[in-house]
Design a protein around this ligand. Sequence first.
Ligand code: TXA
Ligand code: MG
Length: 340
Amino acid sequence: METKRWNIKNDKTYNHQAIEDAAERLKAGKTIAFPTETVYGLGADATNEAAVAKIFKAKGRPQDNPLIAHVATVEQLSRLVDDIPVYAVQLMEAFSPGPLTYILPNNGTCADNVTAGQTTIGVRIPDHPVAQALLERADVPVAAPSANLSGKPSPTLADHVWADLHGRIDGLLDGGPTGVGLESTVIDCTQEIPIILRPGGVTKEQLEEVVGTVMTDPGLANEKEKPKSPGMKYRHYSPEVPLWLVGGKPEHIQTIINKEKTRGNRLGILASERTAGLIQADEIISLGTDITEIAAHLYDGLRKFKQGDVDIIICEAFSEDGIGQAVMNRLKKAATEYIQ
Ligand code: TXA
Ligand code: MG
């Protein structure tokens, strides 16, 4: 299949023929990748079962992993679900549009394969002008997982989508780099107290400021318990070469680098700007000065080291405060080793 690519990076009006064209294709049952404020999504009309099936096929996604339905407004969101609790309304007022996905009872408007056998559905209002314009024009809920091959890091640039999916999808709207760089926070809103199923762009601290106590799914931290979100049980975000997550001071990281060098291994390092300036290795990528920048550059960093360039990637472990919780969640899933 030929993948149409529209470049709208420099179009600040987003009132472009490209959006019109992409929306028409979505409505016709085709798959379109588009930027959101978190990562690129691979969209299809969520009410069209055959269109949704194309997403699973293109990504090689396990059939039991449900998709998030994207809409432009709270009003459209409420048409897909039943029983929105008061705290979810408060969260929507505070964080939507934005990087927060609500798990709510499904009312059956979307096709069955969107929810992959769950009685609930994930719904989100993305905060990106291209995503907003596309959803408005298409005027259907759009099922959209991250637009990567299953198992790979999520795409934060159109080139990442292209590398994984060209020839497998109908279109790609290139709106430049995404902002947050990590996926939305997924929050279960079917219980008395909201539960974080996947940490992401909205932090636990931010959620608690609005609704008080928020729990985190124990299945995320505890290897023995099954996560409540089907997607969280898979290994994920994996770069081409083994990734070691290493905690402690820069000297600790350097000791490990030196040991591996004597074994003849070539090392690629992902670290904060500060740590990157203190260590020596074959290849070093600075992810940024603070955790927000690190989150935004993480997936691109994971994709940059290719097989043949380095034998092992070492990534510095970061503090789990704020968006650090999401950064570390992704790194622990991507890593083959965690040396603390
Ligand atoms: O930021 C994001 O959320 C991006 C952009 C494109 O919106 N989308 C994204 O989708 O990350 P995906 O499919 O890669 O991840 C969705 C996660 C998966 O872990 C999935 O299992 C979980 O949300 N999920 C979806 N529906 C669910 C449900 N009904 N119950 C529990 N977990 C659900
Ligand atoms: Mg994904």
